[in-house]
Ligand binder design. Structure first.
Ligand code: ASP
Length: 320
């Protein structure tokens, strides 16, 4: 178990507090102590890998985490890894690991919406369920998984969809892969896009600069021009609706493409797909469509693709 912080390790001054608390302060030993039933599911070796609020996740920490998981899973006496994480950027870390950990053994992320000190804290059961999934043979070969609120999701499709609800994680386009209940782990769907051992990507120590801009009423070109001037290698657009973009932003992005910046069209809507040459002519603009990846996951894939030196970005977005 690699603990990284988050609300699952959060502490409030008073048990009735589910909003005013500090994330990432309770140590992994304390989290384990709160769930005695874990000892009947697995033998756990725990590491305090980081102690952060996941809103502050960095690409450097992603690199270190991916490499640490790979090293651990290479050991014969380790059957799976559970990562405890904050919910804010969990979907990004999960997708990054899904595409960079080169092992078929289970890797399961979990988190909590309520701090560990709260009445009805959701962390302990999520932790137990995540360990049950990681200990299940059925979880191998499915890529990185997220166990949350009794559901099992694929890292590719899951997203945080609520600010406070304990069922905050959904996969809007695909639904959950399965469920975990009272130790029973059941998968009902599989993951078809390549990941882990079949992925062409690796983490790096030199990440390209890739940023996200949003299209909205009255959008200007200020952000795009500033990013290009700052040396951005990639820009993901959180477009309106089906990846449509304000005309002013479209002009700025077309100029960015001409300067060698990779531009990917995604949507700010939260579900549905963005079709190539749908709301905008990708052929004419030189842009890439993100398909069903939300802007945050599209950014992860674009970072990995640019770091790998790939030229055929649309193939990559169509594949992963
Ligand atoms: N801000 C927290 C984090 O992402 C929220 C959470 O874990 O639910 O670390």
């Amino acid at each position: 178990m690699l603990a990284t912080g988050g609300t699952i390790a959060g502490q409030a001054g008073d048990a009735s507090k589910t909003a005013g608390y500090k994330a990432g302060v309770v140590g992994v030993d304390k989290l384990l102590e709160a769930v005695p039933a874990l000892s009947s599911v697995a033998r756990i070796h725990a590491e305090q890998f980081a102690s952060i609020d996941s809103k502050d996740m960095s690409a450097a920490l992603w690199t270190a985490l991916s490499r640490r998981i790979d090293t651990l899973l290479a050991q014969d006496d380790i059957d799976g890894v559970v990562v405890t994480h904050g919910t804010d950027t969990l979907e990004e870390t999960a997708y990054l690991l899904h595409l960079t950990v080169k092992r078929a053994k289970p890797v399961v992320l979990t988190a909590a919406m309520r701090p560990s000190t709260a009445l009805s804290a959701d962390g302990p059961l999520n932790l137990l369920n995540a360990v049950s999934v990681a200990a299940s043979q059925d979880a191998a070969g499915k890529g990185v998984l997220v166990a949350f609120n009794n559901q099992i999701h694929s890292a590719r499709d899951v997203a945080k969809t609520s600010t406070y609800a304990v069922d905050a994680f959904r996969a809007p386009e695909t639904g959950a892969l399965g469920f975990v209940q009272d130790g029973r782990v059941e998968f009902q769907r599989t993951v078809v896009r390549p990941h882990t051992v079949a992925s062409e990507f690796s983490v790096t120590d030199e990440w390209p600069m890739v940023e996200i801009v949003t299209s909205h009423a009255d959008a200007s070109r200020v952000t795009v021009d500033a990013l290009v001037a700052a040396g951005a290698r990639g820009i993901v657009v959180a477009g309106t609706g089906n990846g449509s973009m304000h005309a002013t932003l479209t002009h700025a992005l077309a100029d960015a493409v001409k300067k060698g910046v990779a531009v990917v069209r995604s949507s700010r809507v939260g579900s549905g797909h963005v079709m190539r040459n749908g709301a905008a002519s990708d052929d004419a603009l030189g842009t890439i469509s993100a398909g069903t990846l939300n802007p945050y996951k599209a950014r992860v894939l674009l970072m990995l693709a640019l770091a790998s030196g790939a030229q055929d970005l649309q193939r990559i977005f169509d594949t992963y």
